[in-house]
Design a protein around this ligand. Structure first.
Ligand code: GTP
Ligand code: ZN
Length: 193
């Protein structure tokens, strides 16, 4: 899918002064990327492809590890002085915010994260990564070192044409609340420990 890089600006954050790039997809979805340093050279770029999680990224939810993963990625990139975060608006693994809340309600009754998606009529993971390849290209990024524990994300990005030189493990601390969620990701969705 071809996106339009609409505009860029500086974004001072707690961790570093990033550049923020706004993209528009043909389906009307708006995505953003953060870059730090010169990412257009041949040296591989430390990168995170982060899927939107309003509850984890903005509301401090302990049901998942998204917030700490985003923060850790920003810290690691700030430490290196160079890197990129694609923030893709694929909330709830692609089912959307309200459906994710529905899925959480099913989990309150005892289902796990995969079973909850299935009972609502969704596949366990509906995300698509072809937009990521186009975003990296438009940012001038040629090859990346990807921060992830998800082998399916690694494969999907590679299939979409992203040149991944290395996977960099991206573990954060578990909490009592996120423990079961993370265990299900490992057993049913193939996430690496
Ligand atoms: N449908 C659904 N989505 C969830 C649930 N919990 C978190 N998410 C979404 O899952 C996405 C994050 O994906 P994860 O599977 O946690 O991790 P990942 O990005 O695939 O893998 P890493 O790169 O290792 O973090 C975000 O879009 C969240 O909104 C849930 O219980 N149900
Ligand atoms: Zn989350």
């Amino acid at each position: 899918m071809k996106l339009k890089l609409v505009t860029s600006t500086l974004l001072p954050t707690l961790f570093a002064e990033f550049r923020l790039h706004g993209f528009e997809a043909p389906n009307g979805k708006e995505h953003v990327a953060l870059t730090l340093g010169d990412v257009t050279t041949d040296e591989p770029v430390l990168a995170r492809v982060h899927s939107e999680c309003l509850t984890g990224d903005a509301l401090f939810s302990l049901r998942c590890d998204c917030g700490p993963q985003l923060e850790t990625a920003m810290r690691k990139i700030a430490e290196q002085g160079r890197g990129c975060i694609l923030y893709l608006r694929q909330e709830g693994r692609g089912i959307g915010l309200i459906n994710k809340i529905r899925a959480y309600a099913e989990q309150d009754k005892g289902l796990d994260t995969v079973e909850a998606n299935e009972i609502l009529g969704f596949l366990p993971d509906m995300r698509e990564y072809d937009i990521a390849a186009d975003m990296f290209t438009q940012l001038g990024i040629k090859q990346i070192r990807l921060l992830t524990n998800n082998p399916r994300k690694l494969k999907a990005l590679t299939d979409a044409g992203v040149n991944i030189l290395e996977r960099v493990a991206h573990r954060v601390k578990t909490t009592a609340h996120s423990h079961r969620y993370l265990a299900t990701k490992a057993s049913k969705l193939g996430h690496l420990p």
